[in-house]
Design a protein around this ligand. Structure first.
Ligand code: PMP
Length: 437
């Protein structure tokens, strides 16, 4: 059992200076019963060390970017080299071309890319570009998909399957939310209705082609194919938000994922990227078809800029991360370890009579405390948050770090070992046994 007096102390101090004590709300423990989040001071490979010197096996992985483990020597060397050469120029560099070419080689639909600083920026700009290209205003998105915190995508579903959105945050004008239509994920009929009703005004359909934000959820067979066909039929663009999924399951995006049979039928017009492509430093990128991307300034009328965009540190870190991921066997190994872990957790839950749905996609999986399948946001919401909170805390006490939310996934890295998996399986079995009582 871990004790964390120093974390408690730092949290009390942080609360006085930083709103909510955290710099992103998802880091607070609000969704798992409150209290002090763990303050980490060091991370190495698959491990975190907190300010009280407890060690944790990390499955949070910074919400996705950390896929090679913490402080990977190849990435650390690249960042160090970049720091020594000056971290920010405000001029183009050759490094940017290198990373752009790597992305293009892995993602066939990218004729041109642009680097920004976060996933939020990448998504926000794809919407502007789609609007500029189509000269239409409305956006269709799917309930529960998260696309960053910009106004347009922080919009929740209205009351019906194809009604106008309502703001999901204070400070977003209803007029903006009314430019967004939200339909359930995996629901082609809902999308069809929305396009029939609003089609002539729809600039783009925005989707996480594989959902990473209400657990890991695969599109049903035919969903992406249908989505792309219907969207094009309506004269709108398809935008894939691959901020969390890009390079997570294999070296590429959904567009080239071998789980999908017909790659030509699921090609997006625009793709938003982030997280892994920066190797842990701040980054975002968007790209797509030449005619669409040529809307962007200085070539076209759609404006997007950034003082920090394409900075040599983030770009160097991203190149180094992709170098590591290009090595043979890297994804197969994460896949095998995740399969072992996810299957063992599911077996434990069954043995102890705890209802649990595990959705695994290669090296990531989600654990929803429920007896039904999770294929859309309604089903993910309808899970036992208190059971998750209890599981989260029992795991934390045993040195296993998960994201403090029932909607987040577990991520494996290239640094996790068989021994880490064995320890985690044992911890999960203990936790589930206690929960059954
Ligand atoms: N899109 C998706 C699919 C994401 O998962 C996230 C972040 N969790 C974002 C966009 C926003 O990225 P960032 O936090 O880098 O702004």
């Amino acid at each position: 059992t871990t004790s964390r007096p120093h974390s408690e102390q730092l949290y009390a101090e942080a609360l006085q200076h930083i709103v909510g004590g955290v710099n992103s709300p998802s880091r607070s423990f609000k969704a798992v019963g409150g209290g002090a989040p763990v303050f980490m001071k060091r991370a190495q490979g698959a491990y975190f060390y907190d300010v009280d010197d407890n060690r944790y096996i990390d499955y949070l992985c910074a919400y996705g970017p950390i896929i090679t483990g913490h402080a990977h020597p190849h990435i650390t060397a690249a960042i160090t080299r970049a720091a020594e050469n000056g971290v920010l120029y405000g001029t183009p560099t050759e490094l940017e071309i290198t990373l752009a070419k790597k992305l293009k080689a892995a993602i066939p639909s990218l004729d041109k890319v642009r680097f920004v600083n976060s996933g939020t920026e990448a998504v926000m700009t794809t919407i502007r570009v789609a609007r500029a290209y189509t000269k239409r205003n409305k956006i269709i998105k799917f309930a529960g998909c998260y696309h960053g915190h910009s106004d347009l995508v922080l919009v929740a579903a209205g009351s019906g399957p194809s009604t106008l959105g309502i703001p999901d945050s204070a400070g977003i004008p209803t007029s903006i939310a009314h430019e967004v239509i939200t339909v359930p994920f995996n629901d082609l009929e809902g999308l069809k209705q929305a396009l029939e009703r609003w089609g002539d005004d729809v600039a783009a359909v925005m989707v996480e082609p594989i959902v990473g934000n209400f657990g890991m959820v695969m599109p049903k067979p035919g969903f992406l194919e249908g989505l792309c066909a219907m969207t094009r039929e309506a004269g709108a663009l398809v935008i894939y938000d691959e901020v969390i999924t890009g390079f997570r399951f294999h070296y590429g995006t959904s567009q080239t994922f071998d789980a999908f049979p017909d790659h030509a039928a699921i090609e997006p017009d625009l793709t938003a990227l982030g997280k892994i492509i920066g190797g842990g430093l701040p980054i975002g990128a968007y790209g797509g078809r030449r005619e669409v991307m040529e809307q962007v300034a200085p070539l076209g009328p759609a404006y997007q800029a950034g003082t920090m965009a394409g900075n040599p540190a983030s770009i160097s870190s991203g190149i180094a991360c992709l170098d590591v991921l290009e090595q043979p066997g890297v994804y197969e190994r994460m896949d095998a370890l995740a399969a072992k872990l996810a299957n063992a957790i599911k077996d434990s839950a069954d043995r102890h009579g705890v209802p649990l749905t595990v959705n695994r996609i290669r090296g990531s999986f989600s654990t929803h405390f429920c007896a039904h399948p999770v294929t859309n946001y309604d089903e993910a919401q309808d899970t036992d948050g208190e059971a998750f909170a209890q599981f989260f805390r029992l795991m934390l006490e045993q040195g296993i770090c998960l994201a403090p939310s029932k909607y987040e996934a577990w991520f494996l890295t290239t640094a996790h070992t068989e021994a880490d998996i064995a320890l985690t399986i044992e911890a999960a079995d203990n936790a589930l046994r206690q929960m059954a009582r």
